[in-house]
Design a binder for this molecule. Structure first.
Ligand code: FEO
Length: 377
């Protein structure tokens, strides 16, 4: 059940959705009880209402995640079905009450590993906190060999088919989703993946994007993303106001490429921040390029640097480059923005006005330092 939202282009007023998304809900019918797993975004509550019109009973509404795009229609389902009890993790209960005004007496909490018999089918709940809220959990249906994972392993992509198959668009969207939403919780996700490896299932049914009918593919992709392994990639987010910083970036990019380092370059005034986040999933190095505005970095650089710090990518090295007019505190201000990045700073290259020979030589040295570190990483 649910809704494929082909036209949505922004999530949380922050995250670009170039390929739309979906809000998936699942109805599990046992011989004795029926459970609905998650609901839809509040804007689509009417769609779910229509889909549930011929469902006589919903004994349980399993709310795996309290964020509104999945819990938004919980109040409607409770209104339609007086017999229905919401099941959720202990941490989800307060969130559902506080964020959606759900009466506490209609909510029952479930423990990690608890099983819910439905008659010939069983839902077993596994707590997976911080994917990406503190209350998140997944549900395993062993009889049908399905794992319901809500946001975890999901993808923001609208498609007409039910299954992902081997469609590369889905795995691209899943990586974008991981980068933007899950990456800050990389180490916890590693443990959750180990838990999931202990379960038997043939399909993973997330609450965004199509159902995975080849679970190994998404699980192994995630295991790579959350590992400590970095790739020989330097990401260069930058802004240039009059071309000097861009000339520095272009020189450095060419010097890195000559040395066999893959470069991903993002001019921040036109960048899709999801693409930048995806590049940070595997990169070993970030080089921030900025002109100086009002004594510090360009506001777009502030914003992207704040985001990179919040996403906590597994970067190992960093550098700052840029041109300034007459004075600058860009390095000090950028350094203060990235306390979460546990990186070795390979250097800073700043120049007053247009870059000349000396600056290009410094950039060559920086490129060489990046190459050396990547070779030994
Ligand atoms: Fe899809 Fe965290 O909500």
């Amino acid at each position: 059940m649910g809704y494929v939202d082909w036209n949505r282009r922004l999530f949380d007023s922050l995250i670009p959705l170039p390929d739309g998304t979906s809000y998936n809900a699942y109805l599990v019918r046992g011989s004795e009880k029926t459970a609905l797993i998650d609901t839809v975004d509040p804007a689509m509550a009417g769609v779910l209402k229509g889909q549930l019109a011929d469902v006589e009973r919903i004994d349980y509404l399993v709310s795996q995640h309290a964020e509104q795009d999945h819990s938004g229609a919980v109040p409607l389902v409770l209104e339609m079905h007086e017999e229905c009890t919401v099941l959720c993790s202990p941490k989800a209960k307060d969130l559902l009450v506080d964020h959606l005004g759900i009466p506490a007496e209609r909510v029952r909490t479930v423990e990690d590993g608890e099983a819910l018999p439905l008659g010939g089918k069983t839902l077993r709940f596994i707590h997976t906190p911080w994917v990406h809220w503190p209350e998140t959990m997944v549900s395993h249906l062993p009889e049908d060999r399905i794992l319901f994972s809500c946001d975890f392993l999901g993808s923001h992509v609208a498609m007409s088919g039910l299954y992902a198959g081997g469609d590369p668009r889905v795995y691209e969207a899943a990586k974008r989703y991981y980068a933007e939403i899950m990456m800050p919780f990389r180490k916890m996700i590693r443990n959750h993946l180990k838990k999931l490896r202990g379960l038997e299932f043939d399909r993973i049914a997330p609450s965004h994007g199509p159902v995975y009918d080849d679970p190994e593919r998404i699980l192994s992709a995630y295991e790579g993303w959350v590992s400590d392994e970095v790739s020989n990639i330097a990401v260069i987010p930058y802004v240039s106001m009059h071309g000097s910083t861009e000339a520095m970036v272009d020189h450095l990019a060419a010097a890195l490429a000559e040395r066999g380092v893959t470069v991903e370059k993002f001019e921040l005034s036109v960048t899709d921040i999801g693409k930048l986040a995806m590049a940070l999933v595997d990169a070993a190095t970030i080089v921030i390029g900025t002109p100086t505005v009002h004594g510090g970095p360009h506001p777009a650089v502030y914003s992207a640097t704040h985001l990179a710090n919040a996403l906590r990518p597994k970067l190992k090295y960093a550098a700052i480059i840029g041109s300034y007019g007459w004075g600058t505190q860009a390095v000090e201000k950028i350094s203060a923005l990235i306390p979460n990045l546990k990186v070795e700073v390979l250097g800073t290259v700043l120049c007053k006005g247009r870059p000349a020979e000396g600056t290009f030589a410094e950039l060559n040295s920086l490129a060489e330092a990046v190459r050396e570190r990547h070779a030994s990483a």
